[in-house]
Design a protein around this ligand. Structure first.
Ligand code: GLY
Length: 412
């Protein structure tokens, strides 16, 4: 099979790594890919938002199956476009992807189908300041549209809430509507499922470390590390999430006339009253994918084919019992401005059993250089969190680039 992966970050590096292991694959492309992905796939210089060019590439290169990594092409309707031309593609259609691309849509959906989620009011950016003055703090501010991990601000007081609004104004697109959401106390966990519109099957759980600094301090980021499984995910909680959240979600989507095919990511807050849904994403999480996919023994191509052929109910997913720890190495300044083009040293010195997924990297005269905020994801497996963590941080000690920033407490 000739496969095209759309995307060029750490999640896609993990997807390409996993898909390259499939005996069914004869040729693998990735658009646009990155310096690390180039070791497994032919990188194609087409950006993720150029969906017409992606279609043309798929047709000209006899692609049998396309896999969508990030949310932007999903929100632009890449799946609808490919399907309208009779091409196979793995991911939800544009309407289904609204669960991620519109937080207001997703909140309304959850209310309608009685899925436990924090209270929120949806206001315009202009109305927000007036409403904030009347609300009890802390609150969570969220932009309605896609914001590349920058659309959430936790405000402890009115000053922080106003500063958050100022920040949203600077983002521009997608911030016309704002959610002012109830702040919940608890532990976050990521629950990933795959759905073929009739059946929903859980993938391994994960915990994402969203704050920039150790001990969950500092600004929110796209994710500074992940472990899988999530240490808080007991069998009882797992069963609860499946019956009270995932199955009602799929049923609700069907009632809305939305046939959901692909990965559905559920960001949970585990509170004393039970799990609340903070967000849905229409794709694998990043860095969660870098922790989850290395634990999957089942062929990812088999999984995608089972979804497209509506036979997910007959597929048995097999997982490695080992736990995984993934630490993100970021550029100093992330999630704000950062320098690019710093040479990355030591990649060849990392033990072979440790996986180094490239996220924001590029090639420059034969060397790998930094090209993004999150540069690399280093994943190690172990019999417990402690051993996986030790292996991961030993590998990180061998890697360096100017301004390299990472959390020291992932998996602790
Ligand atoms: N790590 C959070 C996300 O992928 O949205």
């Amino acid at each position: 099979m000739r496969i095209l992966v759309i995307g060029g970050g750490g999640r896609e590096a993990a997807l390409v790594f996993k898909i390259a292991q499939s005996k069914k694959v004869t040729k693998l492309f990735c658009a646009p890919g990155n310096a690390g992905i180039a070791s497994y796939a032919t990188c194609v210089p087409i950006a993720v938002n150029q969906i017409e060019q992606l279609l043309q590439f798929a047709k000209e290169n006899q692609i049998d199956l396309t896999v969508v990594g990030p949310e932007i092409p999903l929100s632009l309707g890449v799946v609808d476009l490919f399907q309208s031309e009779g091409l196979k593609i793995f991911g939800p259609r544009k309407r289904a992807a609204q669960l991620e691309s519109s937080k207001a849509f997703s909140k309304q959906f959850m209310r309608k189908y009685h899925i436990l989620t924090p209270e929120a009011e949806v206001v315009t950016l202009e109305e927000a300041a007036g409403r904030i003055e009347k609300l009890k703090m802390p609150i969570v501010l969220k932009v309605d549209g896609l914001a590349a991990g920058k659309g959430v601000v936790i405000a402890q007081d009115i000053q922080e809430a106003m500063a958050g609004l100022g920040f949203f104004k600077s983002i521009g697109k997608g911030t016309e509507k704002i959610l002012l959401e109830q702040y919940l106390i608890g532990v976050e966990a990521t629950f990933l499922v795959v759905a073929d519109s009739e059946t929903v099957v859980p993938l391994a759980s994960a915990k994402d470390y969203k704050r920039l600094f150790d001990n969950d301090l500092g600004p929110n980021t796209g994710g500074m590390g992940a472990v899988s499984p999530a240490p808080t995910m007991t069998p009882e909680l797992h069963a609860h999430v499946m019956t009270k959240i995932m199955q009602p979600t799929l049923k609700g989507l069907t009632e809305e006339g939305i046939a959901y095919q692909g990965i559905l990511y559920v960001g949970l807050m585990l509170t004393e009253e039970g799990p609340y849904v903070l967000e849905f994403n229409a794709r694998l999480g990043d860095p969660e994918a870098q922790a989850v996919l290395p634990r999957l023994k089942t062929d990812w191509v088999d999984l995608m084919e089972a979804v497209l052929e509506h036979r997910l109910d007959r597929l048995k997913l097999e997982w490695d019992d080992a736990v995984s720890v993934c630490v993100v190495l970021a550029s100093d300044g992330y999630p704000g401005d950062f320098k690019k083009g710093e040479e990355i040293f030591g990649l060849g010195n990392v033990e072979e059993t440790v996986m180094v997924f490239h996220a924001g990297t590029a090639q420059n005269q034969g060397a790998s250089v930094t090209a993004g905020g999150r540069v690399l994801g280093v994943t190690a497996l172990g019999s417990d969190y402690q051993s996986a963590r030790a292996k991961c941080y030993q590998a990180i000690d061998r890697i360096s680039f100017e301004g390299m920033l990472y959390r020291k407490d992932i998996g602790r």
